[in-house]
Design a protein around this ligand. Structure first.
Ligand code: ATP
Ligand code: MG
Length: 430
């Protein structure tokens, strides 16, 4: 197919008013200056599927410099992939110049494993359609005429609710292995089936993810797990053997847990379920929590090992955390502010056993108390630890100071009666 099928607005039903006003103004300005400009990618796809788009990407025949001439608030960014960001205060829209395929132009560069390393070869809208990943991501909306331009059969695939790679899937996954995780993301998020030929190579090529820069994978992984469909996403990642290249320690833990008591699997499920619910109700989520969950089994076992070697409890958790992150960042780099928070969530797990008034009051004031508490309750829910602590700490947050004091005293009386040897308790708890 080298000609676009043009679908009139009466057939596709996109209402231009659903497109962000500022994105529309960019499209109009570029068109007035004599350039081709379209809405493309997720914006068009989501509108056609009846979802509200997360962002509106624009593709144009204008080069980044020409875009800046027309729209002076433009900032040109990127090296591998030069892009124009058209700013409206802090908000910006991505405007990309049409790209040609790198492989037969001779101008782009393809590195080891067939990976694209330079993608700055400008082209026509037709060429731009073919270098995109999935057919449903290669639909262009023309604001002037109201038509959708389809070069690659994307409309048909949308109707079939199927995700189909443009071109030869093996070649396209080799060019950019991140497309394999994009396939999983769109499939989970938009409830699409991956067309058999696009699905088949994923199992065999999954190890190519190890060639991707860990920093890029951090962004991709957040999109995967913070898209509102984390439970389903995890299931798909495991079935395509992709998880082992993103979170090798979590994959190992899940396999071991299947032979064990199943509590780690329940913890992961409960945590991701929570994340999905929070995202759907517009509550904030943090990557620190995701890493806390994914590495927990490893860290817990590592801490036990260090404790058996004679290290103090807290230091054992720190040592195990260092080991787990050292391993994790080989695949996905984790910005320090998040890994520090993850570490705090882990080290604070030991504090839930101390229930004297002074320690309880200061713990409740800790800036990470809430995250640590949520994590502890998930552990309780999964059956990893007994649920008494979750109930006790839930209640104590709800009562006034006097009652807090009474709760702590009551707890210490119970402990005295039971003559709890504290060391024994401690060892069992963590
Ligand atoms: P969403 O923004 O909802 O996550 P999207 O499809 O818009 O989904 P973006 O990452 O914003 O995803 O990319 C915009 C478009 O750029 C895609 O729709 C696709 O056409 C193209 N694209 C993005 N990443 C790739 C890739 N790795 N290979 C080929 N084309 C890509
Ligand atoms: Mg997008």
């Amino acid at each position: 197919m080298s000609q676009a099928t043009r679908i009139p607005s009466s057939e596709h039903g996109i209402n231009p008013r659903e497109i962000d006003k500022k994105a529309r103004s960019i499209l109009t300005s570029l068109a007035k200056a004599g350039y081709e400009a379209y809405l493309v990618g997720g914006g068009v796809r989501d509108l056609l599927l009846g979802y509200s788009p997360k962002d509106f990407d624009i593709a144009t025949s204008a080069t980044p410099e020409q875009i800046k001439d027309v729209l002076p608030s433009t900032r040109i960014i990127g090296r591998r992939f030069r892009l124009a960001h058209v700013h409206f205060g802090r908000e910006y829209f991505e405007v990309a110049t049409f790209r040609a395929p790198h492989d037969d132009s001779g101008k782009g560069q393809v590195g080891d494993h067939g990976r694209i390393i330079n993608d700055n070869v400008y082209g026509t809208v037709l060429e731009d359609a073919y270098r995109r990943d999935f057919s449903i991501n290669a639909l262009f909306y023309d604001l002037n005429t109201g038509e959708v331009l389809d070069f690659v059969g994307g409309m048909d695939d949308l109707k079939k609710l199927q995700l189909r790679m443009i071109g030869d899937p093996v070649v396209r996954y080799r060019e950019d292995p991140v497309r394999m995780i994009r396939a999983v993301r769109f499939s989970a998020k938009l409830n699409l089936t991956i067309e058999p030929a696009s699905e088949a190579p994923i199992h065999e090529l999954s190890s190519l993810l190890s060639n991707i820069a860990p920093a890029r994978l951090f962004d991709e992984v957040l999109k995967l797990f913070h898209g509102g469909m984390a439970v389903k996403t995890l299931e798909l990642l495991r079935s395509y053997r992709l998880l082992e290249h993103l979170f090798p320690q979590a994959e190992k833990s899940l396999i071991e847990d299947a032979q064990g008591d199943g509590s780690y699997t329940r913890l992961v499920q409960a945590a991701l379920n929570n994340t999905d619910k929070r995202i759907r109700s517009g509550k904030p989520v943090t990557p620190a929590f995701l890493f806390a969950v994914m590495l927990w089994k490893q860290v817990k076992e590592g801490s036990e090992m260090y404790r058996e070697l004679g290290n103090p409890e807290l230091q054992s958790v720190h040592l195990a955390a260092t080991d787990a992150f050292a391993e994790q960042v080989k695949c996905i780099s984790v910005p320090r502010r998040f890994s520090n928070m993850t570490r705090e969530i882990w080290t604070m797990q030991g504090r839930f056993q101390f229930k004297n008034t002074r320690r309880v009051l200061s713990f409740l004031e800790h800036r990470r108390f809430r995250a640590a508490y949520d994590f502890m309750c998930l552990r309780a829910k999964s059956g990893e630890i007994i649920s008494d602590d979750c109930e006790w700490w839930t209640l104590i947050q709800e009562v006034d100071d006097q009652e807090k004091d009474a709760m702590c005293k009551a707890f210490s009386n119970i402990s005295k009666k039971g003559r709890g040897n504290r060391t024994g308790r401690r060892n069992k708890r963590n």
